[in-house]
Structures are given as structure tokens and as C-alpha cells.
Design a protein around this ligand. Sequence first.
Ligand code: AMP
Ligand code: ZN
Length: 471
Amino acid sequence: MKLTFYNTLTKQKEEFKPINSNKVKMYSCGPTVYSYAHIGNFRTYIFMDTLRRVLKYNGYELKHVMNITDVGHLESDADEGEDKMEKAARKENKKPYEIAEYYTEIFFKDMEKLNIDKPEIVTKATENINQMIEYVQEIIKNGYAYETSKGIYFDISKLDKYPVLSNRKLEEQIAGARVDVDLEKKNPYDFALWIKAPANHIMKWESPWGLSYPGWHLECSAMGRRFLGEEFDIHTGGVDHIPTHHENEIAQAKGATAKIPARTWLHCEYLLVDGGKMSKSLGNTYTISQLQEKGISPLAYKLFCFTAHYRNKLNFTFDGAAGAQKALERLYDAYLKNLNGTDNVENAIIEEYKQKFETYINDDMNMPGAMSVIWEIARNAKKSNKFAELLLELDKVLGLDIKNAQRYLAEFDKTQNNEDLPEDVKKLVEERTQARLNKNWSKSDELRDIIIAKGYSIKDTKDGIIVEKEK
Ligand code: AMP
Ligand code: ZN
């Protein structure tokens, strides 16, 4: 069956054909590990996971790289402000590497809770410094970059076209980037490939340009080429990467290799909250643990994400998420009922559902459409083991771990009992979650002891916090 994706580069839906017939090479921009990833970030990783699953369902093998940004991502995408990692390290009075390790571990725990498959290759920026230096040297050698007292800058005027990915005009690009006037730069919109480290910058490496560190855009170009070669099939990220990060990755690749690195560029739209972007800098974020605290399981959040196409904005509300929680329970329930069902169902009906589902997922990953087929199956008056098998087969794309339905329903029952707790205990549980998020372990232990003293047990499980009255 034909598989199509909307390509941000060509601004149209295209039939997908990998460079090598069976193996898809793909690069995804990974998290900057200076803080907890929020559910907006995870919308983009859920989209990445669905893409992986759709490709596999279509019979492709994957070589998928995701990076961990542990140096060089400055506060603004356009080379302004402090390095996010270093700022967090100073605030938390830790080494940047400790910060990176801590948040990376939690990121992957959340990925696991969301049943997101780990890419074949996960690589940290700081593990690729030599390849990055070489990449900058090639860009310089080809005449696309120059040195200033601050670092090595890409010379945009050398390109035939910039921008190519966003529809922005260059003047808007400049305004959008809020670029400071830097008289050493040839053009205000030239961007840093390599940054000379001020004395107080902790993460820095010996390079032909002195003690310094890579720019964020350069990191992804070098890691993509190291593991996937000069040209690969797919590049993914959130829509905020279109105007600067990915635009600059393309510019760098043109400078180093004269090629656009990926053929198909896919971008996930924002998760909104109260109609605005959910983002760490705006302070309006929720983590997966905070959702669990309110009785929304990670996989219910995944299901919530399927209610909108990845290229449309999605507004997060707790009512919406609670609806998804109920829907997930209905789905698990339907699976279990069908598992023991004895009704006779013709194979043609199974095939029809399957075809409909495949048509939706292969049409630029239309997950709301795909879910409508799932609900048709779940609502079918007949109960048959064939439907249960079909749901398991289609779950290869959804990744809702339907085969463990029984276990989840039992866990949900327990976490939902949390809702019946007295207000003072509920408040203590919430305060404890907040303390844990702030890594205030002594406060968290103290609150646990108070909860226990009130006659309750408290357990942290994969699917949420379970608080029960001691018998
Ligand atoms: P960061 O860790 O900030 O580099 O972001 C990780 C990923 O999350 C990137 O692909 C971003 O584009 C994406 N992202 C950030 N905020 C949101 C949001 N509100 N909705 C969807 N994706 C987001
Ligand atoms: Zn990137």
C-alpha cells in the first residue's frame, strides 16, 4: 500500500520511497537535558514513535538516530544567552554532566512509560566532539564560514537560497531570531557553528580555535552524518525547529557536502495549554509524573495525542485527558471481552477493518482516522477472539500495550481509589510529588512519613502513585 508523508521541505504530501529499498535511515532531534521533559515535548516523541511504528508496519527496517543535547543549546535558538545546561548546573549547584545524566535518565523512564521504542542509536552531543570539529573545518575549507573573536560563523550570503524550509522571508528570519547587533558578523543572520568559551564556561574542548564548544545546530549536522551518512531518508522534530535549527542544519550540510541531508522533513505541531504553547520558559508545563498524580496514565496521554493529527495544534486540558483515560479503559475492556468472545466473525470483516486502518496510517499518519476504526472494532456488538487478535496487530502502530490490558486495568483501579482519599492526604501526596520533582528527597521522605503516620501506605508504580488505607 502506498505510504505518504507531508514533507516540510517540498510543502506537499509525497509518496515515501527510501534511498535503499528496505532500510529507512532517520534522524530525530532529541531532548536538551537541562530539565524535565514536559508533555509538550512528549507529543513530539509520541509522533516520532508512531512514525517508527508506521514504517515498521510497512515492512521497513530502521536505522534511527536520536541525539541527546548535553551542551551548546543556548537560551535562544539564535545564539543568544547562556548555555541551558550550564545555567541549570549553576542553579542546582551541580556539574553540567550530573545535570545531563539525571534528566536523561528520567527522560528515558518517561519514554518507557509511554511505550515509546528507543531509537536504534542514541548519542550524546559530547560524545561526538571530534566529528563536529571536522564538520566545521570542512565548512571553512569550502568557504562558507569565517572566524570572529566569539567563534566560527556560517556565512549565509554564500548560499544560493536561505531559508529553504520555512516560508519566512529573510527579514522575518532576522526579526524572529532577535539577533543582537554583532559588528564582527558579516550578515546579522549569520549563525554560530562553534563558540569560543568564556572563562566561566565549564564544558569546553581543545580545538583549532582554542578552548571552545559546538553550536547546537552544528551538533545535529555532525551526528546525523556520522551515523547515517551525507544523505538519509527522514529528519524529524517539532515545528519550532523549522525556522532556525533545521534551516541552519540544511545550510551547514550545503556548506560541508553541497547536499540537503534528509529527503523528507517531518514536524510535529505544538501541544498548547490555554491556547498558548506549552514551554519550559513560559512555566506552563506538566510532566508525565504530574499527570499520573492526577490519575492520567502515560498511555492515556498517548491516546489523547491521537485525537489530533500531528500537523494540527492540540490543546491540553485535564478534562480532555480524563476523557482519554476513560477511553483507554474502554479499549482495554473491549480487548479482554473479545479475547474470551466466541461469536463467529467472517475474515472479510477483519480484512475490511485492517484495510481501513492501514489506509489512514499510510495517509500521512492520520491517527484520528486510525482511532475511529479502532473504536468501530471495540464497539462491534459481536465479541470474537479474531477482533482481539486484530486489536493486537493494530497495536503494533498504536503502541498502547493492549496485550497487558488486564494488568493496566488492575493498576487503574488502585490509582483511581486515590481519588477517594481525604483532602488532607491528597494534598500531602501532591506536595510529595512536587518535592520529588524538585529532587528534595528529605522533604519527600518527611511527607511520606506523615502520610504513613495518618494510616496510609504509599507506593510509586510504573502507572502512578498508589495510596491505600492500611487495613
Ligand atoms: P527541547 O528539549 O526543548 O530541545 O525540545 C524537545 C522537543 O520537543 C523538540 O522536538 C521540540 O520541538 C519539541 N517541543 C517543545 N515544545 C513543544 C510543544 N509545546 N508541543 C510539541 N512539541 C514541543
Ligand atoms: Zn537537532
